[in-house]
Design a protein around this ligand. Structure first.
Ligand code: XMP
Length: 327
């Protein structure tokens, strides 16, 4: 198949009208490519795969099967949102796999960050491949490849992409309907397709998920502390108008304890670190300085609502010298 490239003179998709024209064209192209065959998609709930899912549902309906793998490292409410939006609202063929135990069992006791990443990535492909083998007659694999992925892999900066890792017995032709779009265009198209703004304009989230925010060996209780504190941070950022303004914000719960006191009793519990940063290219980042009242409020909520936390810290370090994530 001839490689599809972004035309040099293509207008940036910034309006509903341009998005509508793109959607209409892609629906036609998808129908031509796929015919009456079946398509499979790994739907993470991230912007790119969600927009691809919405486009394909519009183009080919139940010829598409989406697989959502919950690796147990997703943010609070994310798997539920994927099910609500795609299965309940868009009537997609959605296979939901709760593989939490599988992932966490494999990760138990693993402290090395790269080893953790390798396990999460490898296990993800295995779970997805198992689901794919259960289905009959699938000939196509849809992917949320976008134009910067192509440019970066051509420049040798990063290898793209998801399909690369699938086992030999699973051979699919790729369907990549947003491959000529930049991220901002994917978002405009997503809104036009009726996806919730919270899904389309969400902050970047790493593939290994909360796993890299639970430094060292992941335990279920510390992972829950990351998930709960992250949910409180997101809720407070939304209430304070910071969600769309700050580029990325999250919490980290490191694996050490310190002494504290609650209701007159000694505690020995983890700290929760808040990270909030701004950037354009992620090579360099600056820190978003929060209002003292907001910090006070976050400290109060996190220490009272999240089991296992008795202290809240704020990370004032830009990149460099720190990276965004802790692992
Ligand atoms: P760092 O920590 O390298 O993060 O300064 C830069 C950006 O990349 C994200 N990140 C990842 N994304 N898989 C991903 O998909 C990963 O393993 C990974 N590690 C970091 C990070 O969230 C930030 O936006």
């Amino acid at each position: 198949m001839e490689e599809i490239r972004r035309p040099d003179d293509m207008a940036r998709i910034t309006t509903p009208e341009l998005a509508e024209a793109f959607i209409a064209e892609q629906i036609k192209l998808i129908k031509e490519q796929v015919g009456d065959k079946k398509v499979l998609l790994a739907l993470s709930g991230g912007v790119d795969s969600s927009v691809v899912a919405a486009l394909l549902i519009k183009a080919i309906g139940d010829q598409l099967t989406c697989v959502h793998v919950n690796h147990g490292l997703l943010r609070k409410g994310e798997p539920e949102q994927v099910i609500e939006v795609f299965r309940n609202q868009m009537k997609a063929n959605l296979i939901y796999v709760d593989a939490t135990d599988r992932f966490l069992d494999k990760l138990a006791g693993v402290t090395d960050p790269e080893e953790k990443r390798k396990i999460i990535g490898g296990e993800f492909i295995e779970v997805f491949a198992e689901e794919a083998r259960k289905l009959d007659g699938v000939e196509f694999l849809a992917q949320g490849t976008i134009w910067p992925d192509i440019l970066e892999s051509e420049a040798g900066i990063k290898a793209h992409h998801n399909a690369g890792g699938l086992p030999e017995d699973l051979k699919f032709e790729l369907v990549e309907p947003v491959r000529i779009l930049f991220k901002d265009e994917v978002r405009v198209v997503g809104v036009q397709l009726g996806l919730p703004e919270g899904m389309v304009y969400r902050q970047p989230f790493p593939g290994p998920g909360l796993g890299v925010r639970c430094p060292g060996a992941i335990t279920r209780d510390r992972l829950e502390a990351v998930r709960e504190s992250d949910a409180i941070l997101r809720e407070e950022f939304a209430k304070n108008g910071l969600s769309g303004k700050v580029w990325q914000y999250f919490t980290v719960v490191p694996d050490f304890r310190s002494t504290g006191i609650t209701d007159g009793k000694r505690t020995f519990a983890w700290p929760c670190i808040i990270r909030a940063i701004n950037t354009t290219d992620v090579m360099e980042v600056t820190v978003e300085h929060l209002e003292p009242q907001l910090i006070d409020h976050l400290v109060k909520r996190i220490t009272t609502e999240v089991p296992g936390i008795n202290r809240v810290l704020f990370d004032y370090t830009p990149k460099p010298p720190a990276t965004v994530e802790y692992e």
